[in-house]
Design a protein around this ligand. Structure first.
Ligand SMILES: NC(=O)c1ccc[n+]([C@@H]2O[C@H](COP(=O)([O-])OP(=O)(O)OC[C@H]3O[C@@H](n4cnc5c(N)ncnc54)[C@H](OP(=O)(O)O)[C@@H]3O)[C@@H](O)[C@H]2O)c1
Length: 275
């Protein structure tokens, strides 16, 4: 039986990865403002005001082990992990170099796995623990010309569901947060795998990325997601999944669940390729 998370720890300790920018920075700020002790990790190691910065590359085993050791050495325990470190990669499946595809999974999927594994002993040791996994709408349906990004988020969705069975009986909850488009540094940080001259995909790839960039730049800022994350961290019984997006995006999630695959793809084609 999953345990309810007892309230009452005076100053919970939370590690947020990806805290130098965007959703991670906004979440770290929101949690610090709620009185939590927050450690914000990233490769840069910079963190917002009130958050302890930690330089930790989630793709590096030694850096993650040293980072967790430092958190526990300095703060004595860990109550929640918000695994937000990640980036986007665009490119056609056929021509994206496998190294670029592997690197995408190495940060978004394996980086989350690496940090979660290192954090679990401390999360289990407390009266309650929580792992918040930054998924995406790309963890619910495929995004054209971002197949490897999509794969990284689908992988997180299945992995986190499986993880919940294992750790909830030990007092650790797991929450998947699924944002839609959000205005952050993500858009400029997106890597572009490009394509060869004369590629049959170029026009569609450029069109899809153009639509995505425009939607991200016009989207809500990261505070929308930070609020959802803060709610999960402070909840007595955090939800398994929490989406954060516009009305259109919530409608798309509902349609994904209700419609046959090809009918949904017709909507997806219109929204993501033909606008
Ligand atoms: N923005 C959106 O539209 C959107 C939508 C759905 C889901 N998401 C997800 O939300 C998460 C945060 O994205 P964001 O929008 O906040 O993007 P962002 O502003 O680009 O922030 C990404 C963060 O991840 C960190 N990071 C990247 N690679 C890292 C690594 N190897 N090790 C440690 N930290 C690393 C970056 O810091 P350094 O560069 O300093 O390492 C930065 O702090 C990602 O998982 C993303 O997939 C974003």
């Amino acid at each position: 039986m999953p345990r309810r998370r007892p309230a009452g720890i005076l100053r919970p300790v939370v590690l947020v990865t990806g805290a130098s920018s965007g959703i991670g920075a906004a979440s770290a700020t929101a949690l610090a403002q709620l009185g939590h002790t927050v450690i914000g990790a990233s490769r840069r190691g910079t963190a917002p005001l009130g958050v302890h910065g930690l330089a930790m590359d989630v793709t590096d085993d030694d850096a993650v082990a040293a980072g967790l050791e430092r958190v526990l050495g300095e703060h004595g325990r860990l109550d929640a992990l918000v695994a937000g470190a990640g980036y986007g990669l665009s490119g056609p499946v056929e021509t994206t170099p496998l190294d670029a595809a592997r690197a995408q999974l190495e940060t978004n999927f394996w980086g989350t796995v690496r940090v979660t594994r290192a954090a679990l002993p401390a999360l289990r040791a407390g009266p309650h623990g929580l792992v918040v996994v930054l998924s995406s709408l790309a963890g619910i349906f495929g995004i054209p010309f971002q197949a490897y990004y999509t794969a990284s988020k689908f992988a997180l969705e299945g992995w986190a569901e499986a993880l919940a069975y294992e750790v909830e009986p030990l007092g650790v909850h797991v929450t998947l947060v699924e944002p839609g488009n959000i205005r952050t540094g993500f858009t400029d940080a997106r890597r572009d795998a490009g394509e060869d001259a004369g590629s049959p995909y170029t026009a569609a790839h450029r069109g899809a990325v153009g639509i995505m960039v425009r939607d991200e730049r016009e989207a809500a800022g990261p505070d929308v997601v930070a609020r959802v994350i803060a709610r999960a961290v402070t909840a007595g019984r955090p939800p398994r999944r929490a989406t954060a997006g516009s009305l259109d995006e919530r409608y798309a999630v509902l349609m994904r669940r209700l419609l046959p695959a090809r009918a949904f793809e017709r909507l997806g084609r219109r929204a993501m390729l033909e606008r």
